[in-house]
Design a protein around this ligand. Structure first.
Ligand code: SF4
Length: 235
């Protein structure tokens, strides 16, 4: 893959109108270098969930909670071929939907939520997926992470969805530390340079899934090994 042109971004950002001290400046430069490197290796990162439109993206993300993207894709290929918009999904009904997604964990609860969210989209949003965080969060089965993924992928908003990979990698390297996903999300939104915000969560997910794995991180082939401060690096 051809290396990407470096994205323009201020290497040192002013905090509250004041110039940061040397430590904060070094930390900002390190975070910027991490994203510059991940961006150069994969300029246009893509999520691995398959979808056809905003609605099927929303459904796929709801189904992906505590499940692998590959497992969700296997079940949704057939499902989306027959129900790619809220009216068709609602008409399918909870029992038939549960049968189609029975290979995915928590399939009964997820079927119930997907039918309820399809009905809510028809009733409250003219059958369209809303582009507002609060409206998405109000839909059945849609949490903070799902709303952020949809706003980011469907509407191009610079948002960071913190899943298990982003949480682990961000705390480990570290980029932004936090005890729960929301704290990590807030930290990342603060420290990731604006030029990298739109793709940041994809880079971190892919890095966590394929390189910085939970049990045995592949530090020997890690492209940011010199920028990582994880004490238990496997070198
Ligand atoms: S050096 Fe190891 S621990 Fe650090 S980011 Fe790379 S894979 Fe993860």
């Amino acid at each position: 893959m051809a290396p990407a042109k470096p994205l323009k971004s201020p290497s040192v950002q002013r905090v509250g109108g004041r110039r940061p001290g040397p430590r904060a400046a070094a930390q900002a430069a390190r975070v910027e270098a991490i994203f510059a490197r991940l961006a150069a290796l994969n300029p246009q990162p893509r999520g691995e969930l398959e979808y056809l439109n905003h609605f099927t993206l929303l459904v796929a993300v709801v189904l992906s909670a505590q499940a692998t993207d590959a497992g969700v894709n296997k079940a949704t290929r057939g499902l989306f071929a027959m129900a790619d918009e809220p009216r068709k999904m609602a008409a399918l009904g909870e029992a038939a939907l549960a049968e189609k997604i029975r290979t995915i964990g928590l399939f009964r609860t997820k079927a119930k939520n997907v039918i309820a969210l399809s009905e809510a989209l028809l009733r409250d949003h003219g059958g369209q997926v809303p582009a507002r965080f609060e409206s998405l969060r109000a839909l059945p089965g849609v949490g903070r992470k799902t709303a952020n993924v949809v706003l980011n992928i469907a509407f191009g908003e610079p948002r960071i969805a913190v899943d298990t990979h982003v949480f682990r990698v961000s705390n480990r390297i570290p980029i932004a530390r936090g005890k729960n996903p929301e704290a990590v999300e807030r930290g990342l939104m603060r420290v990731v340079p604006p030029a990298y915000l739109t793709h940041a969560h994809h880079w971190l997910i892919l890095h966590g899934r394929y390189i910085c794995k939970a049990r045995a991180p592949l530090c020997k082939i890690c492209p940011i090994v010199d920028l990582c401060r994880f004490e238990a690096k496997t070198l």
